[in-house]
Design a protein around this ligand. Structure first.
Ligand SMILES: Cc1ncc(COP(=O)(O)O)c(C=O)c1O
Length: 355
């Protein structure tokens, strides 16, 4: 079965929006643009003109960065937009479902709700370090499961889903679902991306983002890497001119050798800091569990999570508390060495006030 058959019927044959053509050195009176450059426009490409419908050079640079072909990559406004596009392309409202693990990134649920798709959550066990079990994920699927989303390393647990578990889900589910592997934090993990498998599995979709390791969350730039059939359908649904000219230019610049070397150094420092913060936290007797993490954060179970949140907030240090199944847990993002020192100083104070 072609992977196209999994898409909503309205999308399967949808042609991309036909925008005004853009040809260099022509008098452009075909797009209702302004003919003059605003004083605030200091970009290489003039802002009075629409950006390219899809940014060709940026697409090539990102494809080279991730080790894929430009035809297998769509540039998105962060991977958040990619999650939304996947729901809209594949899930028929009121009929289809999405299978994911829990706890995981809450945006999967958010966009499933927006699209009217059922979200099926396969619980992972904190007592087993939240490992993802292929049998249980597959058992949650039926004929209406259009997407299976695996987040690795998983937010907020930090758990890595091993490549052989992903391969097992791909092989056993066959072409009955799209398998989405969200690798937002993969640069912090001691494990390879599954991008290499895209050539072998038409139904594999890998999500990458510049928001974490590249320190570009404010630029809103993500990538979907998948078979050309999947990319073409996502492309047809994505808004024209989705990526703004300032974003195209600053991301092109960030992907040069110097920018990538700086990012690699930052990732190495974050991993060192993650283990320093882990060791420092482990010295507190109110810290009950610190789960293994392959990402730029730690999930920690403590004696009193809301109390810890309030204590840190009063000292201008913000942590994340999710409630629900993680009621006694906080997620701590690993910051700069100085920021981590501020956290540790705030926590030392907690011990004093508790004692
Ligand atoms: C697992 C995961 N995926 C995707 C995203 C979205 O990232 P962005 O839209 O900034 O690319 C996040 C953000 O925190 C995340 O944790």
């Amino acid at each position: 079965m072609s992977v196209r058959a999994l898409a909503r019927s309205q999308v399967r044959g949808l042609a991309p929006y036909k925008a005004a053509i853009q040809v260099a050195d022509t008098v452009r009176l075909n797009a209702n643009e302004a003919p003059w450059r605003n004083a605030g426009d200091e970009f290489r490409r003039p802002l009075n003109r629409y950006p390219e419908i899809r940014p060709a050079r940026l697409r090539k640079l990102l494809a080279a960065h991730y080790g894929t072909d430009a035809g297998n990559l769509l540039v998105t406004r962060g991977s958040s937009e990619a999650i939304d596009l996947l729901m809209r392309v594949f899930c028929e409202s009121g009929c289809d479902n999405v299978v994911t693990t829990t706890p995981t990134f809450s945006m999967y649920e958010h966009y499933a709700v927006v699209q009217g798709a059922e979200l099926r959550k396969v619980a992972s066990d904190p007592g087993q370090d939240f490992v993802v079990d292929a049998d249980r994920v597959l058992a949650a699927c039926d004929d209406s499961t259009k997407l299976i989303i695996l987040c690795t390393p998983n937010n907020p647990t930090g758990t890595l889903v091993p490549g052989d578990v992903i391969r097992e889900v791909l092989e056993r589910r066959g072409d009955r679902s799209i398998i989405v592997v969200d690798e937002a934090y993969i640069e912090f993990a001691d494990a390879p991306s599954v991008v290499d498998l895209v050539g072998r599995f038409d139904n594999l979709v890998v999500l990458r983002t510049l928001s974490k390791a590249l320190a570009f969350a404010g630029a809103r730039c993500g990538s979907v890497i998948a078979s050309d059939s999947v990319i073409d359908m996502l492309d047809a649904v994505q808004a024209p001119y989705a990526i703004a000219t300032p974003v195209i230019e600053c991301v092109e610049d960030a992907l040069d050798a110097e920018g990538l070397a700086a990012a690699a150094a930052f990732v190495a420092e974050t991993i060192r800091e993650r283990e320093r913060v882990r060791a420092a936290l482990a010295r507190h007797d109110w810290v009950q569990t610190i789960w293994p993490s392959a990402a730029n954060f730690l999930l920690v179970r403590v004696a009193d999570a809301p109390g810890l949140m309030a204590h840190c907030e009063a000292r201008q240090v913000l942590l994340r508390h999710f409630g629900g199944e993680l009621e006694q847990c906080v997620r701590i993002t690993i910051g700069s060495p100085a920021e981590n020192d501020s956290l540790l100083a705030a926590l030392a104070d907690l011990e004093v006030s508790d004692g």
